[in-house]
Design a protein around this ligand. Structure first.
Ligand SMILES: Nc1ncnc2c1ncn2[C@@H]1O[C@H](COP(=O)(O)OP(=O)(O)OP(=O)(O)O)[C@@H](O)[C@H]1O
Length: 310
């Protein structure tokens, strides 16, 4: 296996329900998360994100497949690697009557970590100024920040966050998003699981999209959005009537749009200007239409659902 922060091969998790009915939560999943930056782990509800994370962290046992965290095979080498991995999977239990700072100090002491890390972690999650307040007075967003601060105490190389903005209001989502982006930029590799696509597009450098336990697509956000079959380029051209058949012959679907054209099928703008330039039709404007990750996601997961999985 190559050097990736997270890698799974053929990962599979089968649950057995009542009357022996089996349910495949994760099916032959090949996940590749590069080092550095924020990687979105995206999928609709029930698609297997939490299960995958629990398998990676040794909280559940895989039915089949291989996994590596920071290059080490897990769960075998989990004891060696877990000190470099921070994770917020469930809401950690803090003492409600203690301040945020005191809660972190207790955790740091229990883990044998230097106490000065408490202040650093509080600073990094933007809780400075509120660390002296009791935990029970914290908003949901502040509780989430404190949970992340707790994982930062050990200065992890890899941070795994399962739906960290669940239940937050738009302001809280924006704040956590900014914080995750900063963490990614500081050199920590972040795996961010979410079903909130619009949110993730602004934070993630790369993503893996899963549906019904299987990988549907993965790559850099910009590449995925560009690969979307519905992606289109608007072309301003002096003679659209002459340009349209040329572009169609080159294999694109072309629509008239006012006095310009709309070329569908993820065309490279450079190819459009070449095709037209060869016939001495000069392009005045070329604009790639913005598709967003949400439409890519919906298209992929809808297609997957229609294929009639489980
Ligand atoms: N302990 C379990 N026993 C039986 N089935 C389970 C168990 N844990 C998860 N599942 C099932 O496995 C599937 C995947 O669940 P999982 O929680 O991993 O999805 P998810 O992508 O994290 O969803 P969400 O976005 O809703 O958190 C679901 O159908 C779920 O009902």
């Amino acid at each position: 296996m190559s050097e990736l922060a997270i890698e799974t091969r053929g990962l599979r998790k089968e649950f057995r329900g009542a009357r022996g009915r089996r349910h495949l939560a994760v099916e032959d999943l090949d996940l590749q998360v590069p080092y550095g930056g924020v990687h979105g782990f995206l999928g609709p509800n029930g698609s297997g994100k939490t299960t995958t994370i629990r398998l990676l962290l040794g909280l559940a046992r895989a039915s089949a497949g291989e996994m590596r965290l920071l290059g080490e095979p897990v769960p075998r080498a989990l004891p060696q690697v877990i000190g470099r991995v921070g994770a917020v999977v469930e809401q950690p239990r803090f003492l409600p009557g203690f301040t945020g700072e005191r809660n972190l100090a207790l955790l740091a002491r229990a883990a044998g970590l230097p106490e000065q890390r408490v202040g650093e972690s509080i600073e990094r999650v933007g809780l400075a100024g509120r660390e002296g307040d009791r935990y029970r007075t914290y908003s949901l967003g502040m509780k989430q920040r404190l949970a992340i601060a707790a994982t930062l105490l050990k200065k992890p190389d890899l941070l795994i966050l399962d739906e960290p903005t669940n239940g937050l209001d738009p302001g809280g989502i924006r704040d956590i998003r900014g914080m995750i982006r900063d963490l990614g930029r500081s050199g920590v590799t972040v795996l961010l699981s979410s079903h909130l696509l619009a949110e993730v597009q602004q934070v993630c450098d790369s993503v893996s999209i899963i549906g019904q336990g299987r990988l549907l697509s993965s790559g850099r956000v910009g590449d995925l959005v560009g690969r979307e079959p519905g992606a289109a380029v608007r072309v301003g051209v002096s003679d659209p009537a002459a340009a349209q058949p040329l572009l169609e012959q080159a294999g694109w679907r072309v629509e008239r749009l006012g006095d310009g054209l709309r070329v569908v099928g993820a065309p490279d703008p450079a190819d459009i200007s070449r095709v037209l330039g060869e016939q001495s039709i000069w392009v005045r404007a070329l604009t790639a239409e913005q598709t967003d990750l949400e439409s890519v996601f919906l298209e992929l997961t809808d297609r997957d659902r229609q294929k009639g999985g489980r």
